[in-house]
Design a protein around this ligand. Structure first.
Ligand code: AKG
Ligand code: FE2
Length: 198
């Protein structure tokens, strides 16, 4: 039997789950303060023969030996887990069943910081990684689309959790675009699996 639906046929079914109130306001505020103290660095990326600054700050924490190289140019070596990040990792594993070995932080200092369309396909994460993304601070637009489709927008709120399920990185791309509006700092921490370092 055909299921009745309130949505048009073009409504995309996305391989993501969004939990707007994953953290309480107090937890999110405390975690934001903790994350501001992490070891943020300005990395540089090779693009069409030029070396340009990545348009956001980055940091990485995780298991020893879980080095991470992306876009064939940015090499990240994890610092040991902080207690708060390890607790958050375990909490996400408890509700999703997914396991993580590293967390990469992004700090969007202003409306001009961003991450362009991409899929997270680094071989060091193994095949079909599940990626869990916790957002803190200012709300930014996150867009996701299938390789051929139209983007769907999510507003990633303070204390929210977005899970990109296994397969998502093969079928979809995502981005956090620059915006013309004034925005305060946003921090995002993405928990990822890793095949190395065991
Ligand atoms: O900031 C976000 O929500 C997304 C970050 C992201 O896509 C990444 O780190 O690969
Ligand atoms: Fe990503």
């Amino acid at each position: 039997m055909q299921q009745l639906t309130l949505f048009g046929e073009s409504t995309p079914i996305l391989p993501v789950t969004y939990y707007p109130n994953f953290l309480s306001l107090q937890e999110a505020n405390e975690l934001y303060q903790h994350c501001l103290q992490l070891e943020w660095q300005q990395n540089y990326i090779k693009m069409v023969g030029k070396i340009i600054p990545v348009p956001r700050l980055e940091c990485i924490y995780g298991d020893k030996g879980c080095d991470y190289l992306y876009s064939n140019s940015v090499f990240l070596r994890p610092l040991p887990w902080t207690d708060s990040l390890a607790q958050l990792r375990d909490r996400i594993t408890a509700i999703t069943g997914y396991e993580f070995r590293i967390v990469i932080g992004n700090q969007y200092r202003s409306s001009q910081d961003s991450i362009g369309w991409h899929a997270d396909k680094e071989p060091s994460m193994g095949n079909n990684p599940a990626i869990a993304s916790v957002s803190l601070g200012a709300v930014r637009k996150f867009q996701i689309k299938s390789i051929t489709g139209k983007p769907t927008d999510f507003w990633l709120e303070h204390g929210s959790l977005l899970i990109m399920h296994p397969g998502c990185q093969s079928t979809h791309v995502h981005q956090v675009p620059k915006t013309n509006k004034f925005v305060n700092t946003r921090i995002n921490v993405t928990f990822r699996p890793h095949t190395g370092g065991k």
